[in-house]
Design a protein around this ligand. Sequence first.
Ligand code: HEM
Length: 274
Amino acid sequence: MQIDREIRTLLKGIIQKRKKAINNAEGPRDDLLGILLQSNIQENQDANIKNQGLTFKEVINECKIFYMAGQETTSAVLTWTLILLGKHQDWQTRAREEVMAIFGKSNPDFCGLKHLKIMNMILQEVLRLYPPVTELARVVHEDIKIEDIFLPRGILVNLPILLVQQDERLWGADAKEFNPERFNKGISKATGGNMSFFSFGWGPRICIGSNFAMTAAKMALALILQRFNFELSPHYTHAPIGIGTLQPQFGASIILHRRVGILVNAKVFLGLGG
Ligand code: HEM
């Protein structure tokens, strides 16, 4: 695959540059790439810890995973949030009022983000309706019976996140509608204790970046809400498609109206399609 080759070449260049900097006692060592490389350097230097550190290939793979798992997913959530808030102006207003009450015109900070309850409800609802990862797969390693379902060893089980999270039997008649209010009293109240909301996965392999992703999404959204009113362009066509992550197939045209001073209109194009 050409894209894979290109990504690897690109990453190799970045990694080798950093490795050189580390060898010359320059550049940070305590960020993610620095830590991964430290492990690779030890693997190469110390024969006693062979196979305990990361090989160069593994460092490249980790960088790839973190980019794909971290960047694509969070940007997809932000895209869907802008689409939904562009459509549901009442929730956009509520979110902005909350942001202005907490931060005013100051830059949002980490501490204040924790108090954004309405925004949290909105993001949960976006994650429920448009989970960036739409399904998970698990291989069954030994025969197992779950209630009256028998799963033989070796089969592949698909966990359809998107379908479960829009199932009327679990979420009620308005399951397919955008209603952040359902998360007003938290996730367990919204799910009624069912395992019906797992956009970040579940169990031992649950997403390790979920808090980081929520913080990044809240920060970006707070900055946007402070500065712009926005609406969906009349040209927007609703067509979610799963390619790696769940994306708006024809992109998301959003019309921004600057909030300070004279209103200045700007159009941004998010997601796929152009
Ligand atoms: C809204 C954003 C995100 C969503 C919806 C999401 C979703 C998921 C899901 C569903 C899994 C579980 C995969 C499985 O069980 O097979 C997962 C795993 C993972 N996520 Fe995220 N993720 C997000 C953001 C991030 C961020 C920001 C990072 C890193 C900075 C990250 C890093 C990872 C990693 C490394 C794993 C693999 C964990 C393991 O296998 O033990 N994710 N993510």
